[in-house]
Design a protein around this ligand. Sequence first.
Ligand code: BGP
Length: 478
Amino acid sequence: MAQNGFPEGFLWGGAVAAHQVEGGWNKDGKGVSIADVLSKGSHGVDRVMTDGVLPEYVYPNHLGVDFYSRYKDDIALFAEMGFKCFRTSIAWSRIFPNGDEQTPNEAGLQFYDDLFDELQKHQIEPVITLSHFEMPYHLVKEYGGWHNRNVVDFFVRFSEVVMERYKSKVKYWITFNEINNQRNWKYPLFGYCNSGVIFTDYDNPEQAMYQVLHHQFIASAQVVNRGHQINPDFKIGSMIHMMPLYPATCRPEDLVFAQEAMRQKYVFSDVQMRGVYPAYIVKEWARNNITITTQPGDDEILRNGCADYLAISYYMSNIVSPDYTKSESALTFFEGSKLNPYLQASEWGWQIDPIGLRYSLSELYERYQKPLFIVENGFGAIDVREADGSVNDDYRIEYLKAHIVEMEKAVAIDGVDLLGYTPWGCIDCVSFTTGEYAKRYGFIYVDMNDDGSGTLARSKKKSFDWYKNVIASNGAQR
Ligand code: BGP
């Protein structure tokens, strides 16, 4: 191990998702995906789930940042920063436009072949998410999304097709992006995009959510299993949105409340990492009269499909207490939480907590004893471009630096086996929660604005050279 704490071969890189960067929403046979019918929001979070009937310009994902045609130039910039890996997703609707066809769309498969070849040319390892907040819209309309068990088979077939096709080009896979975020009732958008289901449309929303999840757990386990048959060297991860929930005070009631709240996150990784539903959730279902429809053999499928590593996104922490009401959480990301007096928050109420990252890594590593991968972390901000075109994003550098310091402690002091680090939105892209271009994360600025103006030209922000140095020194210079 290198003296600075990061192991040799540590995967420094960046992350995006297909629907937030690619654009080309109807090119080369691509079908309509759920992300294509989400309207733009505003500074707050009010993206509208439409039926694809609004005028085209209000759908930011139709254009993304035109990565579909500009990926070669963008990858050259990633290579200039020294990226060892690049995380993106495969748009399911490029491969199976409706989701339920027998034959995949060759043009869609070819696009990712070319993309992976380009990465390979620069020795950048792809890290590929199979489901990142999008699915063919047809499966939502005709099948009711992931509430319908047939969707499991469609997803497994899609996954088999791409894992077979790219078995010599892609080693790191992730089944579902932030599978646990569906539980964040404050943002029904997460559940909708992950599963095509609005849980509150059901009489028992909790039961509907767990039914959806059971199907996704089964699908994920089957994909892990099939993937290992296709190529035993594959590393297939599950992923959660990690947001530690701290007790608001040292009052024991607060501690137990926070512990129970955390289980609502851990249940997702517990099932995928251990292959069995934990006792606390079985008890919870019994208490709340929740019944999940399963099929014979499901337990075995789960047991035989444990993920190889746990990927996490990490942006913030929150504090919770049984005393907090829903309305008090207006300023924070999480329902039932308040602003933490010891932390600062971004304009969107995302509370900045680098130490929480170290805490999270240690907790998760001790819980599962399997490698971890930070596949998202970053600071969304409204960047100002100076007259000379420069963007002095010192706040972003400061945020990332502080997180890297804590990440190193997790590796060097706590002994966490950490595979890599891919800051979110390494190139500016469409914000997921707000649908805006204005909320930016990138090292690379994209000239695109929410009023539709902009040339889509790329330029380097101050953080570009800073991150390049971080990577070149394997994290020592930051
Ligand atoms: C995560 C999602 C990403 C990304 C990120 C930042 O939850 O996995 O897709 O968008 O959050 O969120 P936002 O773009 O809303 O700022």
